[in-house]
Design a protein around this ligand. Structure first.
Ligand SMILES: Cc1cc2nc3c(=O)[nH]c(=O)nc-3n(C[C@H](O)[C@H](O)[C@H](O)COP(=O)(O)O)c2cc1C
Length: 219
């Protein structure tokens, strides 16, 4: 059955509308609670759902802090530019509210660890502290900073190499992360989230036999 699609010309949409289109369409998004420090060592914590894995050799992750509505840079980006280091603290359902508190527009001098009730603990290889309560923590060294445009809501792609990971003991079994023990959440559009534990289905990737079967059927 033919379906109709509405054509959206993004250059004619305002920035907020484009943003809403992206965050409603790209779902669910994983959440990185990112800890950084400034040059003086003052800690900062904020969540980012423009977050992805990039590759495994070197192991790399990316986030994108966007400029604020007034065009200013977020503290996370400023700190990474100053120090070249950050920690990605992965988020489970139990940490959702604390993570959300850290996301408020706190003045620069506020330590989001204190206001969110989360516990900073020393990292092994980088200066920013980890979040003790986070089930999986990645200590990262900056590899690339790529500004994407300029002005309000423009992004900067921050790519970091994962130097070490800290995985809570009961989550890690035979080289795999146990989803039930992890209980991660994803960000949807608006202020909606999803808990990743229901409706999980298995779909193994096809092996080479699918190719030969396809071509046999063609003949
Ligand atoms: C779940 C969640 C995901 C978010 N993802 C992003 C993101 O990918 N990029 C961004 O610029 N802001 C994002 N934000 C908003 C920032 O967390 C917020 O602007 C924060 O105050 C930035 O803090 P900072 O100035 O200390 O870096 C997100 C907020 C929440 C609650």
């Amino acid at each position: 059955m033919p379906q109709t699609h509405r054509l959206l010309e993004l250059s004619r949409m305002d920035v907020q509308e484009r943003y809403k289109l992206l965050i409603g369409s790209i779902v669910p998004r994983p959440i990185a609670l990112v800890s950084t420090v400034n040059r003086e060592g003052q800690p900062n914590l904020a969540p980012f759902s423009f977050f992805m894995g990039v590759g495994a050799n070197p192991p790399a992750v990316a986030i994108s802090p966007m400029r604020r509505g007034d065009g200013s840079r977020k503290d996370t980006l400023r700190n990474i530019e100053e120090t070249g280091q950050f920690v990605v603290n992965c988020i489970s359902f139990a940490l959702a509210e604390a993570m959300n508190r850290a996301s408020a527009d706190w003045p620069q001098e506020v330590d989001e660890f204190a206001v969110s009730g989360l516990t900073p603990i020393e990292s092994l290889r980088v200066r920013p502290p980890r979040v003790a309560e986070s089930p999986i923590q990645f200590e990262c060294q900056l590899l690339h900073l790529l500004p994407i445009g300029e002005g309000p809501l423009s992004g900067t792609l921050v790519v970091g190499q994962v130097l070490v990971a800290h995985v809570r003991e009961e989550l890690y079994e035979e080289g795999r992360i146990r989803l039930e023990a992890y209980d991660p959440i994803g960000r949807l559009g608006g202020s909606a989230y999803v808990r990743v534990r229901t409706d999980v289905f298995e779909l193994p990737r096809p092996g080479p036999e699918i190719i030969s079967t396809y071509f046999k059927a063609e003949r």
